[in-house]
Design a protein around this ligand. Sequence first.
Ligand code: ADP
Length: 449
Amino acid sequence: GPKRYDVVVVGSGGAGLAAAIQAHDEGASVLIVEKMPTIGGNTIKASAGMNAAETRFQRVKGIQDSKELFYQESLKGGGNKNNPELLHRFVENAPEAIEWLARRGIMLNDITTTGGMSIDRTHRPRDGSAVGGYLISGMVRNVNKRGIDVMLDTSVDDILFEQGEVCGVRLLTEEQESLTVQAKSVVVATGGFSANSAMVVKYRPDLEGFVTTNHKGATGGGIALLERIGAGTVDMGEIQIHPTVEQNTSYLISESIRGGGAILVSQQGNRFFNEMSTRDKVSAAIIALPEHYAYIVFDEHVRAKNKAADEYIGRGFVTSASSPRELADKLGMDHHAFLATLERYNGFVEKQHDDDFGRTTALRAPINEGPFHAIQIAPGVHHTMGGVTINTETEVLNAAQQVIPGAYAAGEVVGGIHGGNRIGGNAVADIIIFGTLAGHQAALRAKRS
Ligand code: ADP
């Protein structure tokens, strides 16, 4: 007969793994299905960290923060388009999500900031390394320890629906074999559609030709799966471009470099915008430059505090020089303009006031310690804020806002939480908060039936 589980989780990114671990810990039998040959989805590429306000780790560092401010800044960053109920749940559950990870040996106890946030609330691994790899390896450790079943190279190509409720999935295995799995609950955690350029351009013709930072599995198939059983969608045209992408490799240069004190400089050698503004605004400013690209400039002081910087050096993205003048020459930049830009910026750091562009955060230290470094960047498609509609319990809703029994969704496949622009650090928070909630709800339903 067909295989049977309490809960099938579709997708092995952060949201799927969190859901699977939580459902297992509440006594459910769980199967994770992943279409790619490896675990981790796009989450494994997450760089900045996980936002949360009023956490234990903030308190240890003496950082004063409030959930209300976190809410307001996420809403402002999202252009006031965020779904208020979902955003409230998000902000409310964030500190517990940090603890949920900590209890499972995943410690995000170093704290930095990202564009659009006025307080250090972006939690990341203590050694300053990228959050994604650390998070996924920690969750895989937890999945393995629990003996949760995982099928790789296997995609869910249909959600089975009978008598008004979800009752399983149809899988297509690596051997192109079609397989039915019965389940009481299905958690769809299939991520976004940034890597599906036809789908991106359908909603946003202006993004034709843009590179994407996403892994190639980010094709939006989960949205179609849920639409076939009646799910509604929201904000499909809200697609984020990330301002700082290395264009030859489509590799994302983490916001934590700017958060650590880097600036953005044009080919003319000038600053041109508040580097710590939100991603949509910084991207627009770069696109408006005559060359449509810019440089992230930082010094040895910033490099030493960011593991990511060493990775970028290793990947050959970084131009380094012992003096600012030499760096400008290597970049083919007017060195008089560049030296004046650094001097002026360093003066702003000293008085903690940016007269030119109003940067109020991460005016951390003057850029004056050699060697000096630059990475050429331009925007790329990074995150799809739109997706399927859910309620605050992660139950998938149809177009009439009614629950589709047995269907749960979490992570980037869901629309509404981030409105018109997702703040850096809010996606990792999203996947853990709503992933665990989906796992809880899915297990609860399995227990009831
Ligand atoms: P999130 O950040 O929301 O957790 P990710 O992009 O990290 O999302 O992970 C989503 C995962 O779901 C990816 O690994 C992707 O390959 C996988 N996936 C997408 N569609 C399917 C599908 N139809 N069947 C199985 N796995 C899928």
